[in-house]
Structure formats: structure tokens, C-alpha cells
Design a protein around this ligand. Structure first.
Ligand code: B12
Length: 207
């Protein structure tokens, strides 16, 4: 059966949605769902490494994530039953005034690929909306995306609002104009420059 797991990893990595779903369904008849989950997480980790190295680009990551999602459709009910559902939750969104979501969606996909529960609030999200979602879902991490220099200041506002609220969630920031220096200045708990590193960062923050 080891080959079947490798084939599943390869199918997800290559974005072969139907093939991946078919292999996963077959494996589910006899194998441990945790091993099947591992095979798809391995695929997303491999794609993350290649993306960071500039060997694959946004479209490849998107098709791999789509294949991952189609496997998750069959796997999720079994995982929930066996208590393997994600332990940590990330609330993510693009900040108020900003409609860019391609990068934010990639980060959300990589986080799902790293077995986080992801609550995606979409774009143009106010501080209040981040706050109530973090409360409602008991978020471990709140991830803010901004692509415009004019919307970066709302990240500071959100960090301040969270500090005042007493909510314990860690706040991470990212997006093309955002830097580690900016993250430090506004008191965020983390920054990363791309989606694959964002998954690594979140794993470190909840470890
Ligand atoms: C696509 C695009 C659009 C699309 C957005 C479509 C969509 N659904 O997202 C549309 C056409 C709608 C658009 C509109 C505008 N845009 Co525009 N847009 C872009 C463009 C070309 C690409 C952005 C993108 O998707 N990149 C690809 C993704 C994968 O990269 P990324 O977003 O940086 O994400 C990666 C990392 O940053 C990181 N990351 C992202 N978010 C997060 C979050 C966390 C927590 C972490 C850890 C990491 C992380 O991980 C991601 C994956 O690796 C950029 C130019 C550029 N090269 O950046 C301009 C750009 C961002 N846009 C710009 C502008 C000015 C605008 C408009 C104001 C134009 C106008 N006059 O109407 C409007 C603003 C609308 C609004 N209110 O938001 C400027 C911003 C300039 C500035 N300094 O602020 C740019 C830089 C173009 C330019 N050179 O002038 N835009």
C-alpha cells in the first residue's frame, strides 16, 4: 500500500484532482485516515518548498490546493469521527479598504494544508469583524493581509484593538508591502513573506 500513498501525494502535488480523490477513496476502505491525511499534507509541504524556491508558481499551488480540497471532502467526515480534526484555528482576512485576495487565499490554502482550521473572512474586513470572529471561533492566530500601502495602517489599528480586548490570539501580518520591520513596529506577533513560510510561522506560534 505504500505506493498508493506515494501516488496520492504525487496526484495532489500535480493537482490531479479526480485521480487524488479516487486514490483517497480506495485507501479509505482499508487504511488509517491519519496516514491518508499525512500523504496530502506531505504534498502541500513539498509544493510549499518548491514555491519558496521559485520552482513552481501561483497556478501550480492553486491546482494542488484544489486537489487537496477534493480529497478533504471525502476524508473530513472520517477525520472528524476519529478525532483527527484540526486542533488550532486561524482567522484570516484582507484588511479594511483592501480588496486584494489572491495572496490571502494562498495563505489560507497552505494553512489548511498544514491541518489548521481556517476561518476566512474575505476582503475589506474591519477590526470589529476580526475581533468578533476571533472570539466566536476561539482563534489561536489572526492573520491579516494587506497589498496597499494605504491599508497597512489598519493593521496597527487591529493589533491595538486586540490588545485592548484582552483576547489572547496571536496576530500575524503579510502582503507584498509588509515587512518584518513593519510587523515589529506595530507589535504584531509574526510576519512572513510567502504562503509556505506563513504555514511554518503558524506551526511555530502554536507549538
Ligand atoms: C491583482 C492585483 C489587483 C486586482 C486584485 C484581484 C484580487 N482578487 O486580489 C485588482 C485589479 C482588483 C486590483 C485593484 C487595485 N490595485 Co492592485 N494589484 C494587483 C497585483 C497586480 C497583484 C497582486 C497579487 O495578487 N499578487 C500575487 C500574490 C500571490 O502575492 P501577494 O498578494 O503579495 O501574497 C503573497 C505574500 O505577500 C504573502 N501574503 C499575502 N497575504 C498575507 C497574509 C499573511 C498573514 C502572511 C503571513 C503572508 C501573506 O503570501 C502570499 C503568497 O506567497 C499587484 C502588483 C504586485 N506585483 O503585487 C497590484 C497592486 C498591489 N495594486 C495596486 C493598486 C494601486 C490597486 C488599486 C488602488 C488600483 C486602482 N487605482 O483602482 C486597486 C485597489 C483596490 C482595493 N481597494 O483593494 C498597487 C499598490 C501600490 C501601493 N503601494 O499601495 C500594486 C502594487 C500595483 C502597482 N505597482 O501599482 N489589484
Amino acid at each position: 500500500m505504500e505506493n498508493e500513498f506515494d501516488s496520492l501525494t504525487e496526484a495532489v502535488r500535480k493537482g490531479q484532482r479526480d485521480k487524488a480523490k479516487e486514490i483517497a477513496s480506495r485507501l479509505l476502505e482499508s487504511e488509517n485516515p491519519a496516514d491518508i491525511l499525512n500523504a496530502i499534507l506531505t504534498a502541500m509541504a513539498q509544493i510549499g518548498v518548491r514555491f519558496k524556491a521559485g520552482e513552481v508558481f501561483v497556478p501550480e499551488v492553486l491546482v494542488a490546493a484544489r486537489a487537496m480540497n477534493s480529497v478533504l471532502e471525502v476524508l473530513e467526515p472520517v477525520l472528524v469521527k476519529s478525532g483527527l480534526q484540526p486542533k488550532h484555528c486561524v482567522v484570516i482576512g484582507t484588511v479594511f479598504g483592501d480588496l486584494h485576495d489572491i495572496g490571502k487565499n494562498l495563505v489560507a490554502m497552505m494553512l489548511r494544508g498544514a491541518n489548521f482550521k481556517v476561518v476566512d473572512l474575505g476582503v475589506n474586513v474591519s477590526a470589529d469583524k476580526f475581533l468578533s470572529a476571533a472570539r466566536e471561533h476561539n482563534a489561536d492566530i489572526v492573520a491579516l493581509s494587506a497589498l496597499l500601502t494605504t491599508t497597512m495602517p489598519s493593521m496597527k489599528n487591529i493589533v491595538d484593538v486586540f490588545k485592548k480586548s484582552g483576547i489572547q490570539a496571536k496576530i500575524i501580518v503579510g502582503g507584498a508591502p509588509v515587512t518584518q520591520d513593519f510587523a515589529d513596529k506595530i507589535g504584531a506577533n509574526g510576519y512572513s513573506k510567502d504562503a509556505a513560510s506563513a504555514a511554518d510561522l503558524c506551526k511555530r506560534l502554536v507549538a
